[in-house]
Design a protein around this ligand. Structure first.
Ligand SMILES: *Cc1c(COP(=O)(O)O)cnc(C)c1O
Length: 437
């Protein structure tokens, strides 16, 4: 279940990824190490693209906040995807990767003036406006620059997705978007139409992340299409595009049962078609924004096992050389992961341990209660599905340098993000003259 893409157990009984023994990767590039399976990443891009295009006019855009670096943005482009960015830093990455900027969608609930100017100057395809303040600000900046901009509006449809509190975004009480049920959304559309520098292409919603129930997407799509009908009736406007966001769930841990991208495509595209027929609307072009489902399963993290501590009758703690610095999700919202010992992948389970990180926080625990073969110092732990929201959310807490990231494919490994050094850690520190004694 946890072996995806090119991962397999090789003749030595070791985990292999991209045609390379994970134990060799750890030896060559040191640990902790993020490893991305190029073929797996590409296959994930294709599965979504093919699923949606089978139903008609659609665009899959990769939510780069899940994992953004030059190499992977470039690969998303090669696979024909658009790009979802949420900051100046992500725009800059897209630009430097040579991504076609007209296929870039810019999100965020508090884009700065500088970021909006950057988006306009670099020719970002759509700015997804989040609120009234931004609508006015953007229209003003556009008038100053004499540039018309295609936009979408982010709508909060009032749909509850069944997922973690912190990654739920479609409910009414959310910091994101124009709320639909209380009339803000219609007011937003009306105001957007009055902004003469803005060209409203369609509406967007994103109901949350790590969603397994296609009924949630079906429901949200229905609510959005009902609103498209309202917009047509009230304002005489038929919108060209509908962006249903991301949030497609993946396997992390037993109990997670991901759907097929085809199920998502069916849920969204058929609902759009039914509602378009019902209301006599034209079929909008549908956009979706998977992030986690593209980058997540394609990545693993390799750690070296170090110290252990046994609390008799209670728990065996085993520590690795990384932790919340490279993967804050368990500490942040109790995310669960599966792992194996890469060098003992064919050995039977012998003990139940809990995997601790090395940060000075009791909460820095990567995995509670996992069954593994006998765990010894020097073993290589491989944690699965760490491609999304690990590197992307990493920090230098405890002044730990961030790990390197390697891209593996057909027996070759290439560094795509260099390991940070201690010099990198103090690179932006400034010691005022008066303290230099
Ligand atoms: C985070 C986010 C996504 C991607 O979500 P995943 O769960 O990674 O698929 C897509 N669109 C928007 C607006 C987001 O905020």
């Amino acid at each position: 279940m946890y072996l995806t893409g090119t991962m397999r157990i090789n003749e030595k009984g070791h985990l292999e990824i991209g045609g390379i023994d994970a134990v060799e990767l750890a030896a060559e590039f040191k640990t902790p190490l993020w490893v991305i399976d190029e073929q797996g990443f590409r296959e994930n891009c294709r599965r979504f693209k093919e699923a949606f295009s089978a139903y008609g006019d659609s665009l899959v855009i990769y939510a780069s906040k899940s994992l953004s670096c030059l190499a992977l943005v470039k690969i998303a482009e090669e696979e024909g995807l658009g790009l979802d960015v949420v900051s100046g830093g992500e725009i800059f990455t897209a630009l430097k990767a040579g991504f076609p900027m007209d296929k870039v969608f810019f999100h965020g609930n508090n884009k700065s003036r500088e970021e909006l100017v950057m988006a306009l100057e670099t020719g970002v395809g759509r700015i997804v406006v989040d609120n009234f303040y931004e609508l006015e600000l953007l229209n003003h900046i556009c008038s100053e620059m004499g540039k018309k901009q295609d936009i979408m509006l982010r709508i909060t449809p009032g749909v509850e997705a069944h997922t973690h509190e912190y990654i739920k975004t479609g409910q009414i009480d959310s910091k994101f978007g124009f709320t639909l049920p209380d009339g803000q959304a219609l007011e937003g559309v009306r105001m957007a139409l009055d902004c003469k520098w803005l060209n409203l292409k369609g509406l967007h919603c994103h109901i949350g992340s790590q969603i397994f129930e296609m009924a949630s997407f079906r429901h949200a799509t229905g609510v959005m299409m009902d609103f498209y009908a309202t917009v047509k009736n009230e304002l005489g406007l038929e919108l060209d595009e509908l962006d249903m966001g991301g949030g497609f769930g993946i396997f992390y841990y037993k109990g997670d049962e991901p759907c097929d991208p085809k199920d998502w495509a069916e849920a969204v595209m058929l609902t759009v078609r039914e509602k378009a027929d019902e209301y006599n609307l034209k079929m909008p072009r549908v956009i979706v924004e998977p992030g986690r489902a593209i980058s997540g399963p394609a990545g693993i993290t390799l750690y070296t096992i170090g110290s252990r501590k046994e609390v008799k009758g209670i728990r065996k703690y085993v520590a690795v050389d990384g932790g919340m610095g490279d993967n804050p999700r368990p500490a942040l919202y109790g995310a669960k992961y599966t792992a194996i010992l890469a060098n003992k992948a064919d050995k039977p389970v012998r003990e139940k341990v809990s995997i601790a990180g090395k940060c000075c926080e009791s909460g820095d625990m990567l995995i509670w209660d996992i069954e593994l073969p006998t765990v010894e110092p020097g073993d290589i732990l491989a944690v699965f599905a760490t491609g999304a929201y690990n590197y992307a959310m990493s920090s230098n807490y405890n002044r730990l340098p961030r790990p390197a990231m390697v891209l593996v494919n057909e027996g070759k490994a290439e560094v795509i993000v260099k390991r940070e050094t201690y010099e990198d850690i103090i690179r932006n520190d400034v010691l005022p003259e008066r303290l230099r004694k």
